[in-house]
Design a protein around this ligand. Sequence first.
Ligand code: HEC
Length: 136
Amino acid sequence: MKYVSTRKKMLRWVVYGCSVLPIAAFGAGVEFPQEAGGYKPSDLPGYKIASGLCLMCHSSQYVSSQPPQSSPKYWSATIHKMKDVYKAPLQDDMIPAVVEYLSVEYGGQDRAAAHADYEKAMAALKKPASDKTSTK
Ligand code: HEC
């Protein structure tokens, strides 16, 4: 138990440090080798986002240590928690791509189903903005 609380304390400092880090690493497309804690390479667009933004605070081990078959809902909730609670610098429209990537590469979800979820999530994000053009 003592181990966990020390780890949490350390992570709080890590989070604090992350909040002042520029997003430069993301822009430069820095990729971490998987054996050094990087994410599983994939052609899914969420891989690039995860490699840039999810490695700011902790390695991909946090993801790979989650139960296999973790649901898209679980990944979505976790990523929202990273953004809302730990202040990961994620835009809302990046989240569906990361959910798709994690669901396929770490949750064992079918690619087509994951992509359908992605499309649905992106459409839901766009809805409020398109209200301007609707009649009501
Ligand atoms: C701003 C820092 C930060 C960023 C960026 C970040 N995380 Fe985290 N993450 C944390 C902290 C802090 C914890 C909690 C550690 C604990 O409680 O032991 C955590 C824990 C986790 C866990 C373990 C399960 C859980 O719910 O605690 C997963 C999975 C995870 N992060 C995935 C991600 C993914 C995917 C991304 C990119 C979308 C990401 N993280 C980006 C700070 C961050």
